[in-house]
Design a protein around this ligand. Structure first.
Ligand code: PLP
Length: 424
């Protein structure tokens, strides 16, 4: 809150600032995103500041991206140093930051034979994985190009990843699609087994469906996918775009015990979002035979492995290790889950919490998630409705105890306001 203005004056100033920026946006920026009535000008740690200097608690982290908080000093310093040294060469030349990041990614996956392809975001990392699987499949048979995905999944908005996204409403405006995807229910191991056949080159799955409503995937489905891929020479691709870099606990969701104890290791993972803590970078990481499936000329992108974004990502990984952030996040997740559990029966609508680590969904008994999201903003808390009855929380992994408690208090007030019909 600004010291120099009364709350009413600050609200008016923020509104005025937002109105001015939105009018300019309406003139020249495509209308593809929703119209949230807020404009932020600055971020620090878990806080975002509006045009009047009012602080909002960011419990969404820019859609699970700013996992070390906004403007983390180590990331900022790495970017500044690299920007002064070398910004871009294209992939005609190798640069050290990209190699150093690939080495770090190999270490945190635990895959000695890992090979990394650098992309710009989640969708382009998944595009790379789909192309890799095709290359791997077509080398076995010219019919082997189909991909199996799960209903409710989200893999991106490019043409191939849109089709892989198991949400028909997102397909309809762009039909016809390419017809290379077979979609199966997310909770049916037998359907997974049945869907994978000689024409399948890959199964592409999330281990927690983030955009699909914060739904952990049943290990039995993953197990069925792994067995079917092995039986048919297909690749198991795990989309870790939202779950990766510690969001659900370990570095990657596939490293949770319920998968590792069953020996479930993917052939390929994709990562983006939190990898650059806000700097746009994605990566496809492959092991085993998949790591040899691309050759020169098979795939490329001008900015992939750009030295500045690679330096940002290496700083993210180093900071998480140096500051023991994964352990810290586990403790904050316990506090947040306990706090949400305590809202059951105490605050309106809340029936429970699901998800893993700090990727959590507050489950409601009515389709009021959007209203709760709006009411949270009235209480200076950023969250989002990821389903009609689920509010997603994805705070920074280094969120403080006090911030967790503040967010829980804000959420409670928002729930009460919605129940009383007083939310603006
Ligand atoms: N995959 C998953 C699991 C995601 O959650 C997302 C984005 O939300 C994507 C892919 C697409 O990533 P991007 O928006 O960076 O292209």
């Amino acid at each position: 809150m600004s010291d120099l203005m009364s709350p009413t004056q600050a609200a008016e100033a923020a509104q005025q600032h937002h109105a001015e920026i939105s009018a300019r946006r309406d003139a020249h920026v495509f209308d593809t995103y929703g119209r949230t009535p807020l404009t932020f000008v600055r971020g620090k740690g878990t806080a975002l500041f509006d045009g009047a200097g009012r602080a909002y608690l960011d419990f969404l982290s820019g859609l699970a991206v700013t996992s070390l908080g906004h403007a983390h000093p180590a990331v900022t310093a790495a970017v500044a140093a690299q920007a002064e040294t070398l910004v871009h060469t294209s992939n005609l030349f190798i640069t050290e930051p990209a190699v150093e990041l690939a080495e770090r990614l190999a270490r945190i996956t635990g895959w000695d034979d890992a090979k990394v392809f650098f992309a710009q975001c989640g969708a382009t990392a998944n595009e790379a994985a789909i192309k890799l699987a095709r290359r791997h499949g077509l080398a076995q048979s010219k019919e082997k190009f189909r991909v199996v995905t799960l209903e409710g999944s989200f893999h991106g908005r490019t043409f191939a990843t849109l089709e892989a996204t198991g949400q028909p409403a997102k397909h309809e405006p762009f039909a016809p699609l390419m017809g290379y995807v077979d979609t199966v229910p997310a909770d049916d191991p037998a359907a997974m087994t049945a869907a994978v056949g000689p024409q399948t080159c890959a199964v592409l799955i999330e281990l927690v469906q983030g955009e699909g409503g914060v739904r952990p995937t049943d290990p039995e489905v993953v197990s069925a996918a792994r067995a079917a891929c092995d039986a048919h020479g297909a690749l198991l691709i795990v989309d870790e775009v939202q779950t990766g870099i510690g969001r659900t606990g370990p570095w990657f969701a596939f490293q949770h015990e319920d998968f590792t104890m069953r020996g479930l290791v993917p052939d390929v993972i994709t990562v983006a979002k939190a990898l650059g803590n806000g700097f746009p970078i994605g990566a496809m990481i492959a092991r085993g035979a998949a790591a040899d499936a691309f050759g020169p000329g098979d795939h490329a992108t001008t900015f992939g492995g750009n030295p500045v974004t690679a330096a940002a990502a290496s700083a993210v990984i180093d900071t998480i290790e140096d500051d023991n952030v994964l352990a810290l996040a586990a403790s904050r997740a316990r506090r947040l889950v306990a706090g949400i559990d305590a809202l059951v029966g105490d605050a309106p609508f809340v029936t429970g919490v699901r998800g893993r680590g700090l990727l959590l969904g507050v489950v409601l008994d009515a389709p009021v998630a959007k209203a709760v999201e709006v009411a949270c903003r009235d209480h200076f808390l950023i969250v989002n409705a990821v389903a009609p009855d689920v509010v997603r929380l994805a705070p920074p992994l280094n969120v403080t105890r006090e911030e967790v408690d503040l967010a829980l208090a804000g959420l409670r007030q928002a729930l009460v306001a919605v129940a009383e019909g007083t939310a603006e």
